[in-house]
Design a protein. Sequence first.
Length: 345
Amino acid sequence: MIRFGPSGIPLSCKGRTLRDAIEDVHNLGLTAMEVQLVRVNVLERPAGDEEVGRTPRALSGELVVEIRRREDKQEVRIADLGEPIDAGDMLVSLTSGLARDYEELEFLGKVAKELDIELSLHTPYYMDLAGADQFAQKSIDSILWGGLLADAMDATVVATYLGLYGEFEAKEALRRIADNVKFLRDQYRKLKLRVKLGLETSGRKEVVGGLEEILSLCKTIKGVVPVLNFAHVHARDGGLLKRPEDFASVIDQVQKFAGVRVHTHFTGVEHEGGSELRYTPIKKGDLRFEPLAECLLDADYDITLISSSPLLEHDAMYMRVILERVLAKKLVRPPRPPFRRGEAR
């Protein structure tokens, strides 16, 4: 099955809540939406007397993502939403604007299921998993807390970038990132989060996330999946994706580690010297959707295509239209043998 959807609330959505967005995506005939956790602002406060004995998930009116507790003169951080709150605990809440509380997130997940909308979540775009400073910890927190929110909505994937190489050589940066990704993978498992942690390919040479790097991390760290950003792979390899077999080769590499469904992003892109300059509407970039549509129709892929174009839902619908056009042409012309994956025609 092929799903299309926007990266964030549709531009045409009159309301700006997640429920408005989910309903608008459905009304547009789309079947996926990526929730944007662009900003992670936190509020830390003491637990109230009336909250002692309750769990963070049960609190109304806020999204508590962490309990901070003093044990043996040390601060312990607890992200288990089923942990009862003790007297003297500090509660860390997100003021992201996604929802009022976990009850609302669960309700939104049910609405999405009923409307056949597949939800995913994207962490803040500027990350630093290679560092060892305060910002690196903030990046780890954002990914962990994003997992809590995504799991409450019954989303499929938490997509994240990995950050800059910075002052490190590529091998050292990857080692540091691997350590942090393993920690996050273990936390997802410990908290029994059903959502998958997805590592997204990057489009700039100074940012960790070439396709080979992402696949290497996913091979080494069982339980994380690659998120394929076609525009980034295209830009980083100097305009690589041109023919259906080019797309098939990349998808097949990713599918080995992604499982049944491959989660992807698509947009037009301007690039230079092996780096992305900016996203563009699909019609204006040199990354064309038609060959990808041919690739998808020549094989039996389960794939989600998130439009990260500046036109968001408009380009999501445009991709769907192109797919339908390519399918119509295939139905009226004489059949041809499908190309073999990994081989040129």
